[in-house]
Design a protein around this ligand. Structure first.
Ligand code: UD1
Length: 337
């Protein structure tokens, strides 16, 4: 198949690119490198020994994205391009609505011009809001507690409506839980441009000595050890879920939302302990107040992914930490060298 990846140089995009190339698909990456590095693409090319097209462009540039789509004639688009920092979305909501929502409309217009009616979208478990029950299945009520979450919900609605107008359209909404880890080679991984907001990149940077200590946001939750519980999913497993979703979209029509998680919860202290074991380094930490907007626990019912996509996670927390550490220790300053 011909696969068009928006945001294909980013953290999840680059791992999916590698997976999709290894399945012999033809690929075009469309990325503006606002939160990614061209070096990630060069490394994927080395690792796979495969060539692919890369267009430098912003998703809001409707003329350029349409031109790239019309020229490439994809069978399916995988849409990663978007902003993802919750705190920043609260401070700059218009930027988030513009990039994530208007950007998707721009992409869909381009897809219509190119006659492409299949899309796999990077959604998030954030669309479940504060969990009313666990594990979270896809029928759990949807809500959002911040602009970032609102944009994921809005795009889900847009894709559902878009799909309903065309009999042969397919939209797969992949609701990611907490993606972590890196490729086994240690050549590609997560490279946050600013101070990391998420747990695993912060822990990695503490272990490598780039930051002094981790703040554990809350030790008084109603969980096994009092710290927040999440469903961490290895980014390579997540990339394989995209490959499975691409195959699914080839033969299925309509709109499906699918959780991508392991179904297992791990606490902040579980992650710290697993990371210390994997790295042989200590991760100094201190307990501080809860972070506003955080929930106590969040983990997936991942059975729909298994039933519809034939996919399930295979890698455990030890493997997530081992690969995150390999990436971090080989690339202490990320792609900057
Ligand atoms: C966060 C976002 C979520 C988004 C996801 C994208 C919030 C409230 N939620 O999820 O909407 O889809 O990132 O990746 O921002 N923690 C610490 N210390 C830290 C960082 C995190 O203790 O320095 C704790 C958190 O309180 C939480 C767990 O680690 O219990 C995981 O946090 P994080 O990696 O930020 O993910 P989420 O909050 O689940």
């Amino acid at each position: 198949m011909r696969v068009f990846l928006t945001g294909g140089a980013g953290y999840i995009g680059s791992h999916t690119l590698l997976e999709v190339l290894s399945e012999a698909h033809e690929v075009c990456v469309y990325d503006d490198f606002s939160n990614s590095a061209p070096e990630a693409l060069a490394r994927v090319e080395q690792l796979t020994n495969r060539k692919f097209l890369a267009v430098t462009g912003n998703i809001l540039d409707q003329m350029l994205v349409a031109k790239a789509l019309v020229e490439f004639q994809p069978d399916v688009v995988v849409h990663f391009a978007g902003k993802k920092a919750v705190g920043e979305s609260v401070a700059k909501p218009l930027m988030y609505y513009e990039n994530n929502v208007v950007g998707t409309l721009s992409l869909l217009r381009g897809m219509e011009a190119a006659g492409c009616r299949r899309i796999v979208f990077s959604s998030s478990a954030t669309v479940y809001g504060n969990p009313q029950y666990l594990p979270l299945d896809e029928n759990h009520p949807l809500s959002a507690t911040n602009p970032y979450g609102q944009t994921k919900l809005m795009v889900e609605h847009i894709l559902r409506d878009w799909c309903a107008t065309q009999l042969d359209a397919s939209a797969v909404l992949l609701r990611y839980f907490n993606p972590v880890g890196a490729h086994d080679s240690g050549k590609i991984g997560e490279d946050p441009h600013d101070i990391p907001n998420n747990l695993m990149p912060f822990v990695s940077q503490v272990a490598v000595g780039r930051r002094k200590k981790l703040q554990v946001f809350g030790g008084d939750y109603n969980t096994s050890d009092g710290t927040g519980v999440r469903d961490y999913i290895h980014v390579v497993d997540l990339a394989k879920a995209h490959a499975a979703a691409i195959s699914f979209a080839e033969t299925h029509t309509g709109c499906e939302a699918i959780n991508v998680g392991t179904g297992q919860g791990a606490s902040v202290l579980d992650v710290v302990a697993a990371f210390e074991a994997a790295s042989g380094r200590s991760v100094p930490n201190e307990m501080v107040e809860r972070r506003p907007g955080d929930v106590a626990a969040c983990y997936a019912d991942a059975s729909k992914a298994q039933n519809l996509l034939g996919w399930q996670a295979t890698r455990d927390l030890a493997d997530m930490c081992k690969t995150a550490w390999k990436w971090q220790s080989q690339n202490p300053n990320g792609y900057q060298g």
